[in-house]
Design a protein around this ligand. Structure first.
Ligand code: A5A
Ligand code: ZN
Length: 485
């Protein structure tokens, strides 16, 4: 497939096409053929990648005392409407169930676009004492949003099938703030493990989550220089608990509404994992996340007894690799030529290929090829496991390093609108500029640069950054802008 893919040099313009093709050719996700817009199908290989990502997400949340729950998909009209800002933000994105069979329902039911309302409602029945706090729940579910911007596979879906939402409860504002910081730590670990670079911003007032006091967001830069929001953590204050009249007696005997946070990630994280390490030949999955870490290709040629020797050699190598804890696959299809197999597994992003032919058997060797650099080398069979372990570790760290280098090279500090425009023209990415803090100046910048405000650094930076490029008054912080998905 390599040859027919847009090349990495041209990703600036061709990335969306590259991404669509890789999902299809690597048999990860079938999108656009299912006859509902904005909804795709996870295919077996994609499902395996998704499962490993979710394992990581669950591990990190469980470790920090989050408890997994599962709420109904349907939210009755009157619950969704409880918090006025929330419903205003989501109103035009909700799918409604209005009928049961031929009968019209007395209460319209929403396909959940997110679950703050249904979860707060049940929490108000469950939580009776401050001694139960803090409480941290999460679920991994489908949510439905009738998105009106251009839909894209995994990146902007109408059914978000891998939506992990966490919801927490606290007895004070400070504890909720601490929770937002913990959420950020959890997401950092998850993204670091996957080698996904990120920058953390406090979103501006006009772009915070509907119903939140404030929103902290993780953004990454895709290969075409456009920015994608890959996770958010919201301090919800008492907005929802007030709407649900959810109060309890606290330790000091005062009666007060509880404080909440929520934070979420989605299929976008998997999209980023697939996109960010890829190249002209397809995706590259870091060894820690790869469903198959090593693919063994037996070169089956000549006499039957030679083929049998090669195959036995391959099987015994697979066995010892598996005993050492690696995820291994032998591609012993007889009707496919080795070259075609190479392309096939390269497209799927298997980090390491092992070739064994008659020569390898006779010399007691293996031939190893790195997926990321395509470097080939031989190793003695006796030392194959060690060599493979070492190579996989190197691939893992090289992929992360390369991703962060690319990311950092796309962040530009600019003092003037002209400088910002130039940076956007040459490499898109993220622009950081001094800012006076006034909404009108940010909105002016958005207009002139045809970009979106990502927000201000989180945690906030102390250094004095100069003067606002719009009004000239002294800047109080840095503002980040980008061309976004
Ligand atoms: N309940 C809170 C956590 C919430 O819903 N927050 S959110 O609206 O910001 O969504 C969480 C994350 O889901 C976003 O940061 C974004 O990465 C992802 N997301 C949102 N809409 C999406 C869509 N239509 N397709 C794919 N991912 C989406
Ligand atoms: Zn200004």
């Amino acid at each position: 497939m390599g040859r027919s893919l847009p090349s990495r040099d041209k990703w600036e313009s061709d990335f969306p096409r590259w991404f669509d093709r890789v999902l299809e050719e690597a048999e990860i996700y079938d999108y656009g053929r299912y006859p509902v817009k904005g909804m795709g199908v996870w295919m077996p290989y994609g499902f395996q990648i998704r499962r490993r990502v979710l394992d990581l997400v669950r591990r990190e949340l469980d470790k920090r005392g989050h408890e997994e729950v599962l709420f109904p998909l349907l939210i009755p009209d009157f619950l969704l409407r409880k918090e006025s800002e929330h419903v205003k933000g989501f109103e035009d994105e909700v799918y409604w169930v209005t009928h049961g069979g031929l009968e019209e329902l007395d209460v319209k039911l929403a396909l959940r676009p997110t679950s703050e309302t249904s979860i707060t409602y049940m929490e108000s029945l469950w939580i009776k004492s401050y001694r139960q706090l803090p409480k941290k729940y999460y679920q991994v579910v489908s949510v439905f949003r009738y998105e009106t911007k251009a839909t894209r596979p995994m990146i902007r879906l109408r059914e978000v099938t891998t939506f992990k939402e966490a919801h927490t409860l606290h007895d004070s504002f400070e504890d909720a703030e601490r929770q937002v910081a913990e959420a950020v730590e959890v997401y950092k670990r998850i993204f670091d493990e996957m080698g996904i670079p990120y920058i953390i911003s406090r979103r501006p007032e006009w772009d915070k989550f509907a119903g939140a006091l404030y929103t902290i967001a993780f953004d990454t830069i895709m290969p075409d220089g456009r920015v994608l929001q890959i996770g958010t953590a919201h301090n919800l204050g008492q907005n929802f608990t007030k709407a649900f009249d959810f109060r309890i007696q606290l330790a000091d005997e005062s009666l007060d509404y509880l404080w909440q946070t929520s934070y979420g990630i989605s299929d976008r994280v998997i999209a980023t994992l697939i996109a960010i390490h890829g190249d002209d030949r397809g995706t590259v999955i870091p060894p820690s996340m790869a469903p198959i870490q090593v693919v063994i290709i037996p070169i089956l040629a000549g006499k039957e007894e030679d083929k049998a020797r090669v195959l036995n050699y391959a099987v015994s190598l697979k066995k010892s690799l598996e005993e050492s804890g690696f995820r291994v696959k032998i591609d012993d299809r007889e009707d496919v030529r080795p070259g075609a197999k190479y392309y096939y597994w390269e497209a799927k992003g298997v980090p390491l290929r092992v070739e064994v032919g008659l020569r390898e058997v006779e010399e007691n060797m293996v031939t190893l090829t790195r997926r990321d650099t395509l470097e080939r080398r031989s190793a003695e069979r006796e030392r194959a496991i060690e060599n493979i372990r070492e190579l996989l570790n190197t691939i893992e760290s090289d992929l992360k390093k390369r991703a962060w280098e690319f990311f950092k090279s796309r962040i530009t500090r600019a003092k003037t609108v002209e400088e910002a425009k130039k940076a956007f023209e040459s490499k898109r990415g993220i622009i950081e500029m001094p800012w006076c803090g006034k909404d009108e100046c940010a909105l002016k910048l958005e207009e002139e640069l045809e970009a979106k405000t990502l927000g201000t650094p989180w945690p906030s930076e102390k250094e004095s950054p100069g003067s606002c490029p719009v009004c000239g008054s002294m800047a109080v912080t840095i503002i980040r802008l980008a061309k976004t998905y």
